[in-house]
Design a protein around this ligand. Structure first.
Ligand code: UDX
Length: 442
């Protein structure tokens, strides 16, 4: 086997990770087959219509489709692939554990296909799975279904993914590190050569399966810890008149031992990964007899953030029944239409329980938000309409559109109360009662 042989690549599961990888690799002239069980989704993608909003993805997909990207729900197309990326979801069960049914199904099918294939394929497991899953669940399925032997007839490598939504294409093209977990073998050598050619100068760490699997959880739980840490501090700062959490974050971030990123205080972390991965790691730790005290605190701190916003609002407005409240931003962060585990959605649910009247604005996530709340809340594409007659506005997501808010924008509010969870307007002189997370009121 030589490096030159890697030309045909399969990607199983076309969520934002699978779509980004397929599009980027195809744009770099590899023959890529992107597979998803959802027929309609495949047909939309073939027509350049994305199931999600992700900056640069549409353009990269278009380039890929013009080159050598095939999108299909026909798994058998992977039989000629030199390497296969598995990027199916591992969603959360109600107890926090991960649901393996999709990855079991995908690897069963892959096994059945490689049974008939003459290729010595390498299967990269990108889906996030708890330590032990590749060794104890995925390998036995692949060997049983293929009738072949791992490391002799095919390779399996745990290859966790660190890309961020809203930066998916940039992160796919320029990852900060590459992790390859598995046995030392000709397949590992070939994988290393493939990635060093794709990403020269990017550190490649070769380790075993369980360490590679754990690295992903370590990464995300550390990020979540940083966020909960700064949120906890911001709650303290809010009660010290004149204190500013951003100045504190900026200064401690200059200490190279701490680092400046992921120290933005806010309503808590959301999205499809951080909350799920913390829960999965807590569940896993408990199962193996370790009490994850710190991770539980990170999770609880995160949960409290939204309750703190509701308490603040009640302090400002008194009873919030029938009060008109504006929410700016429902996406879990800017530049995405993703509302999975969004703190904004959690806040709206709590406010609805208190019988508030909610109107929301979001540049991209209105359609997804409608799928949850239907007619229970109001939606608008205009920030001015969102603020009209409102008794309190809460900035939940830092869309750049909100930077321009000023006294003119709020002039038709019924009561000028602003809760700024992202400190977007902190430097403005506003004719309003202004409360910001992490800023101690004088
Ligand atoms: C995360 C990881 O960053 C990524 O490496 C992994 O592959 C997938 O999970 P993502 O879900 O796209 O990526 O979101 P991220 O940018 O990490 O933000 C997560 C949440 O934390 C958002 O709700 C965001 O608003 C919040 N956040 C982030 C803060 O509140 N403060 C910060 O300083 C950073």
């Amino acid at each position: 086997m030589t490096l030159g042989e890697i030309m045909n690549i399969g990607v199983i599961g076309l969520g934002f990770v699978g779509l980004s990888i397929s599009s980027v690799l195809a744009s770099k002239n590899y023959n890529v087959v992107g597979i998803d069980i959802d027929k309609q989704k495949c047909s939309d993608i073939r027509n350049g219509v994305l199931p999600l909003f992700e900056p640069d993805l549409e353009n990269t997909l278009r380039i890929g489709l013009k080159k050598k990207l095939t999108i299909s729900n026909n798994f058998s197309l992977i039989k000629n692939c030199d390497i296969i990326f598995v990027t199916v979801g591992t969603p959360q069960k109600s107890n926090g554990a991960i649901e393996l049914s999709m990855i079991k199904k995908a690897t069963t099918t892959i096994g059945q296909i490689i049974r008939k294939s003459k290729k010595n394929s390498i299967i990269f497991i990108k889906s996030t799975v708890v330590p032990g899953t590749t060794q104890n669940v995925i390998l036995p399925i692949l060997e049983k279904e293929s009738g072949k032997k791992v490391n002799r007839d095919f390779g399996v490598i745990s290859n966790p993914e660190f890309l961020q939504e809203s930066n998916a294409i940039r992160d796919t093209k320029y990852p900060h590190a590459i992790v390859l977990g598995g046995k030392q073998s000709k397949y590992m050598k070939k994988a290393k050569m493939f990635f060093s050619k794709m990403h020269p100068n990017v550190p490649i760490v070769i380790t075993n399966f369980q360490t590679a699997e754990m690295i992903k959880y370590a990464n995300n739980s550390f990020l979540a810890t940083k966020i909960s840490f700064i949120n906890q501090l911001s709650n303290i700062c809010q009660n010290i008149p004149g204190t500013n959490i951003d100045d504190i974050a900026k200064i401690i971030g200059l200490d190279p031992r701490i680092g400046k990123l992921f120290l933005n205080a806010g309503p808590g972390y959301g999205g499809s990964c951080l909350p799920k991965d913390i829960n999965a790691l807590i569940n896993f730790a408990n199962k193996i007899g370790v009490n994850p005290i710190l991770l539980n605190a990170v999770k609880n701190t995160n949960r409290e953030q939204v309750s703190n916003i509701v308490s603040l609002m009640k302090k400002i407005l008194g009873d919030i029944t029938s009060k008109r409240i504006t929410i700016l931003g429902t996406a879990f962060k800017p530049n995405t239409d993703d509302i999975r585990d969004s703190k904004s959605i959690e806040l709206i649910k709590k406010l609805l329980k208190n019988k508030a009247k909610i109107i929301i604005h979001d540049p991209k996530a209105i359609e997804n938000t409608k799928k949850i709340f239907g007619e229970k809340i109001l939606y608008t594409k205009s920030i001015a309409d969102a603020l009209n007659k409102s008794q309190c506005v809460i900035i939940m997501t830092h869309w750049k559109q909100y930077d321009t808010l000023n006294n003119n924008s709020i002039k038709h509010m019924n009561k000028k109360n602003i809760i700024d969870c992202r400190r977007v307007l902190v430097k403005k002189e506003l004719d309003a009662k202004y409360y910001a997370i992490g800023i101690g009121k004088n």
